[in-house]
Design a binder for this molecule. Structure first.
Ligand code: PEP
Ligand code: MG
Length: 325
């Protein structure tokens, strides 16, 4: 198997019937980028920048962030690099930010909600990202969006930062793509509206599953209820992809589900454009995509989505898809 996976390097991620997708890697620390390149990732679909802020006692400066983003952008060359703005809160604690203790941190003061309230911290990060955009194919992504107003406000802040950089004669990509994570069910349901105002979606299934099933993603006692095969979760994913495509934007996924071998065939059938995953899964995912036909998967998609339970969905996939690959 190892040899077969090695052979996947340099090959396209294309289905048996000629449908091409992009398989990218998720990164947190700088070392992760080397693993994405080693595993022939076609880009980075999620750079979790909170790691630049964690395990230290003060904010990273604009210069420190700029260097980090630039190094990754340069290593990737023309391949896309989606940089997610600070996703603090939830299970990601940054003590020096002094976020008060909350009863429900996953539903609390976090991510884009924090950044819009603390515009200086946000602007510093956006300046660093925009400056680095002169050195590669960078895209900006906002986490934990729940309301279109947050998108508008975030874009307005980016515009202001761009204006400032222009005045300082600092180069950046004027046409940088701005996208959002779809990880709150309300956004999936309302995705047609969001798609009109952003350049791309990236579905964050880790949170989307937790919020749509009301199951804390880190709570061991209820982990059996956290299920990516839940038909409602699959419907939310399909809805997001369909609505994105109706408005002409690309749709990716950077939650764990993007690398789930049993779900990749369904995501291909739904038309997902970009799969971003842990770099150790990239070659396996490519191998799988090259061995399935999108049209064949499309022909069973409706039947799968109409099954009543997660167990039924998983069983159907095991019996009808996995066995034939
Ligand atoms: C997600 O929620 O699916 C995601 C990719 O973001 P994180 O795991 O960093 O919350
Ligand atoms: Mg998330």
């Amino acid at each position: 198997l190892r040899k077969r996976l090695e052979e996947m390097k340099g090959k396209e991620s294309i289905s048996k019937d000629g449908y091409k997708v992009e398989i990218a890697g998720n990164i947190g620390t700088l070392e992760d980028i080397d693993k994405v390149i080693e595993n022939d990732g076609e880009g980075v679909g999620l750079y979790r920048t909170e790691f630049l802020y964690m395990y230290r006692d003060r904010l990273p400066t604009e210069e420190e962030q700029f260097e980090a983003y630039k190094v990754v952008a340069e290593k990737l060359g023309q391949k896309p690099l989606v940089i997610r703005t600070l996703d603090v809160g939830g299970d990601k604690e940054i003590p020096y930010l002094n976020i008060p203790k909350e009863m429900n941190p996953f539903l609390g003061y976090r991510a884009i909600r924090y950044c819009l309230e603390n515009a200086e911290i946000f602007r510093t990060q956006l300046r660093a990202i925009l400056r680095a955009s002169a050195y590669g194919n960078i895209k900006i992504m906002f986490p934990m969006i729940s309301d279109i107003k947050e998108v508008r406000e975030g874009k307005k802040i980016i515009k202001g930062v761009m204006e400032e950089l222009r005045k300082e004669n600092i180069l950046f990509n004027e046409n940088i793509e701005i996208g959002i994570m779809v990880e709150i069910p309300a956004v999936a349901v309302h995705s047609r509206v969001f798609a009109k105002e952003v350049d791309f979606f990236s579905i964050g299934t880790n949170d989307l599953i937790q919020y749509s099933l009301a199951v804390d993603r880190g709570n061991q006692h209820i982990s059996h209820l956290y299920n990516q095969f839940h038909p409602a979760v699959l419907s939310l994913i399909k809805m997001t992809i369909d609505n994105g495509h109706k408005e002409g934007i690309w749709v990716g996924m950077c939650g764990e589900v993007a690398g789930d071998e049993k779900l990749i065939p369904l995501l291909l059938a739904m038309g997902l454009d970009e799969f971003s995953m842990n770099s150790s899964s990239i070659l396996k995912a490519r191998h799988l995509i090259r061995n399935i036909s999108k049209e064949e998967m499309e022909s069973i998609l409706d039947e799968i989505l109409s099954l009543p339970t997660a167990e039924d969905v998983e069983k159907f996939i095991d019996e009808n898809i996995m066995i034939n690959i």
